[in-house]
Design a protein around this ligand. Structure first.
Ligand code: ZN
Length: 632
């Protein structure tokens, strides 16, 4: 009977298992343990606990295996207290020292997020097998303690314990930022040398390289997978999204059916992210239809991804419809998606109204909610409201502001002419200013003509990221404002030497085909026509005495018209999109103030509606005016 119960349990037939179990006349410790394990493995932890108590009532003594399997029922932060309680019972029964129990404790505390207690259990073991190493490494990796995870991993090698697939999936997870790429490669070498390359491990390699920003290596690892399943395809899709390669992601998504795989909700959510990146609303709609057919729309995660896609592609009405279909369990993430949709599309009133509605529905906001709300204040320039929200976030919801929240406040202060207050925000941050914050501050200084502080910020930015072009451009503006032309030339030279092509990309969809332009591009077949059109527009702008809001020199102003990817894409749109239709251009970076001013002028000169979606929001240019009210 025990074997029968175990068989049903392993096949996931809980009812049959339970039926068999109840017919065992004299249940021994094995019977109980098998039944408890089956409950825990199929997410019925509470039932497992009940059985444990009943077992004690019926006078059967639990053993190491019973306890270690019940510990598997606690896997979230919320269940930590229950886990601690069972731990106490185990100790009082005198079972606290066995290797099996300690490994289960280490794993349980790790999953519940109590790293110290996990480590206590780990350290209490007289010797470690691969299971205990894996539990501890996974605990560190899952909770952002990458350094400790790596230390432990190398220690494991030193101790001569053979790693398993679990070890590698856990440790590769710890290497998921560009700084960790070298460690990731190191581990990859161990995998290859030791012959550990199972498909599960290779899938973890795909994700690791994707997260570290090395797409070529991710593709390489993906190709080396022996039998692709949907998990490995999802990993590759994720890697494409991480690296801003929406089109490649959609191509791979299209192959899923050829590969005879069954897409999961993660697959669909990732494909929608690809559409969001590209602004490909038609494709996004098609995927949405597939989602409805497959019955995935009822899953809130997927519906939220649909809302977010429509928001980012400018399909506000569809975003709203789908949001309203999420009825049960509308969580913070779903609200964030709809608030962001309205904010990005310039409907500030509605975005704020929805925020209030969310509070009324008693859904607890998070940092992302407040970031959206602060961005709305940013677009409308209402510093006072922003102050209110910022304070309420900290006071009422105990949310720690992150650099992006501070950047919003600094930007707002800057545009209100309050550079001192902007600097105060910079000083009161509990961490070193990062690129986001410094960019906001230097932008504020540029707007207010505060050369000294602006230079300081731009120089720090260059130190932080010498390969980005923005800080050099800022610094040269500040030098130009002081008339220090030699320094301007010097900065430009440094920029040419250091800036790797992180430069802007813009694209436009014409007749179902994407045309992409890189800044300074001359590769498009219609380049000649594009540049000659820009030439004419430039002359026209000069004639209209177009003057950007800032103080840059004539030279660089004209340069922008010929250089920026956005201008190239707009010119191509003017050449190809029939009159009367909107020109919709997408850009991977934020629209620069100079391009913003130039696009405004162009919309007036040619009398066309131009929409530019940058990394933040939609700019709708009509007759010399932008919907964003000059936010850029
Ligand atoms: Zn705008």
């Amino acid at each position: 009977m025990n074997h029968l119960v175990e068989f049903y349990g392993k096949c996931g037939l809980s009812d049959e298992a339970f039926h068999g179990f109840s017919r065992i006349p004299a249940k021994n410790v094995f019977s109980w343990t098998i039944m408890i394990t089956s409950c825990v493995q199929h997410n019925h932890g509470h039932l497992g606990l009940k059985l444990l108590r009943q077992m004690e009532v019926e006078g059967v003594m639990a053993d190491d295996f019973t306890y270690s399997s019940i510990l598997g029922a606690f896997t979230t932060q919320e269940s930590l207290d229950q886990g601690k309680f069972v731990h106490a019972c185990i100790v009082s029964e005198g079972f606290g020292h066995g290797a099996i129990i300690l490994t289960a404790l280490c794993s349980m505390y790790g999953k519940c997020g109590s790293i110290e207690l996990a480590r206590d259990a780990f350290d209490a073991m007289p010797c470690h097998d691969s299971a205990s190493w894996n539990s501890m490494i996974a605990a560190y990796a899952h909770h952002g303690h990458e350094k400790e995870a790596l230390q432990l991993y190398y220690q494991m090698w030193k101790d001569g314990v053979r790693p398993t697939d679990m070890t590698f999936t856990a440790i590769l997870r710890a290497c998921s930022s560009p700084d960790a790429l070298e460690h990731g490669r190191d581990i990859h070498a161990h995998i290859t040398d030791g012959g550990f390359g199972s498909d599960i491990v290779k899938t973890a390699l795909v994700s690791m390289y994707g997260n570290c920003g090395s797409l070529e290596e991710a593709q390489q690892a993906f190709q080396e997978i022996y039998r692709h399943d949907i998990v490995s395809v999802n990993a590759m899709l994720g890697a494409y999204i991480q690296n801003d390669r929406g089109r490649d992601a959609l191509q791979l998504f299209g192959q899923i059916w050829e590969r005879r795989l069954e897409p999961t909700c993660i697959t669909y959510a990732t494909a929608l992210s690809a559409c969001s990146l590209l602004g490909a609303i038609a494709k996004g709609k098609a995927i949405h239809m597939m989602i409805i057919e497959e019955g995935f729309e009822s899953m809130n995660v997927v519906a939220t991804a649909v809302v977010s896609m429509y928001g980012k592609c400018g399909g506000l009405a569809d975003a709203w419809t789908v949001f309203n279909r999420i009825i049960v369990g509308r969580d913070c993430i779903a609200w964030n998606a709809i608030i962001a949709a309205y904010a990005q599309n310039g409907d500030d009133q509605m975005a704020l109204h929805l925020f209030k509605q969310m509070e009324k529905d008693a859904v607890k906001p998070d940092g992302v909610t407040y970031l959206n709300v602060l961005l709305v204040c940013s677009y409308t320039g209402s510093l006072e409201d922003a102050h209110g929200y910022f304070d309420s976030m900290v006071r009422d919801h105990a949310i720690e502001p992150n650099p992006r929240h501070y950047a919003c406040m600094i930007d707002l202060c800057g545009r209100a002419g309050l550079i001192d207050e902007a600097e105060n925000f910079l000083k009161k941050m509990p961490f070193e200013p990062d690129a986001v914050v410094l960019t906001a501050f230097s932008g504020a200084c540029r707007l207010q003509g505060d050369i000294a502080r602006g230079k300081w910020a731009a120089e720090r930015l260059i130190k932080l990221d010498p390969h980005a072009d923005y800080p050099y451009i800022m610094l040269s503006h500040f030098y130009a404002a002081e008339g220090r032309w030699l320094d301007v030339a010097d900065v430009r030279k440094k920029m040419e030497q250091n800036v790797k092509n992180k430069a802007g990309r813009s694209w436009i969809e014409v007749d179902d085909k994407f045309h992409e332009f890189v800044s300074g591009d001359g590769s498009h077949p219609r380049t000649r026509e594009i540049y000659s059109l820009l030439n004419r527009l430039n002359d026209e702008m000069k004639r209209l005495r177009y003057s950007p809001e800032d103080t840059i020199d004539e030279g660089s102003k004209e340069h922008i018209l010929y250089y920026d990817s956005e201008m190239l894409a707009i010119a191509f749109g003017l050449l190809t999109v029939p009159p009367g239709k909107q020109i919709r251009v997408f850009k991977n970076l934020q629209v620069s103030p100079d391009c913003h001013a130039a696009t405004k002028s162009i919309s007036r000169i040619v009398g066309r509606d131009i929409i530019v979606r940058d990394s933040n929001l939609f700019h709708h240019f009509t007759n010399g005016i932008c919907s964003c009210g000059n936010y850029s």
